[in-house]
Ligand binder design. Structure first.
Ligand code: ZN
Length: 242
């Protein structure tokens, strides 16, 4: 089976559309949360995602738009954009976001937005945090998003340490002996200095994960955001990928 694994779409329709096109044929999409927030197209993103066979879990922005999380925990611009997203959700989008589970286990994979320890909020940014989190899931592999940075943490169980690698586009990661925490990066607001949409393709026959990036017309997304009065810092950051 081939799975498209994506995270942090953040209402960026242009990026999502390009990723779906670039990924080619897949059996199912696994989305690791934050479908909405920040960007200008929450409803079209929900509609496009749910038009495919998919599984999706909740992110902090998804919960905030439906009132399950306090917006006081967000920074100023994130809060403004989240309120705009909240005010423009259709009843169908709201019902979808409301229905998202905090975690899923599918075969050998645990899916969590932030981390398996604290699925909605924790950022797995470093080896020490990753090491702690390996104790919080039973499957061989865990897929997380939330940081918007593509990374693979591998557990060296004998030595009680974690190695991390930043896979370049085109890199293939073998799913063999090591337990891994895998972050596909972000579709709609990448933060590792590369503006293009990041995603992975999981191939359960080849037993690999392939890292990919695809360019999208970000100026179209930016123009929509400007037209809607979304915070200018959120507009600018798209072109720098931070
Ligand atoms: Zn996010």
């Amino acid at each position: 089976m081939r799975y498209l694994v994506i995270s942090d779409i953040h209402s960026n329709y242009e990026a999502l559309e390009m990723v779906l096109d670039d990924a080619g044929s897949v059996d199912e999409i696994w989305c690791l949360g934050d479908v909405v927030g920040y960007g200008p197209d929450p409803n079209s993103c929900v509609e496009l995602l749910t038009s495919y066979p998919h599984r999706c879990i909740a992110g902090n922005h998804d919960w905030a738009t439906v009132g399950k999380l306090d917006l006081d925990d967000f920074n100023h611009d994130a809060r403004l954009a989240n309120l705009w997203n909240r005010d423009h959700l259709t009843p169908q989008s709201r019902a979808f976001l409301n229905s998202l589970p905090e975690m899923l286990v599918v075969g050998e994979f645990t899916l969590a937005h932030g981390s398996p320890r604290y699925p909605i909020w924790e950022y797995v940014m470093d080896g020490a945090t990753a090491l702690d989190n390996f104790a919080y899931f039973d499957s061989p592999f865990c897929l997380v998003g939330h940081t918007h940075v593509p990374v693979v943490f591998s557990l060296d169980n004998a030595n009680k340490r974690v190695d991390n690698s930043i896979p370049s586009p085109g890199a293939s990661v073998d799913l063999d002996s090591d337990r891994l925490i895998i972050n596909p990066g972000s579709v709609g607001q990448p933060r590792n200095g590369d503006p293009w949409a990041s995603y992975i393709v999981l191939d359960t026959e080849a037993n690999t994960v392939e890292y990919r990036r695809v360019a999208y017309p970000l100026e179209v997304t930016q123009q929509k955001m400007i037209g809607l009065g979304l915070p200018s810092r959120l507009v600018t950051r798209l072109q720098y990928g931070w």
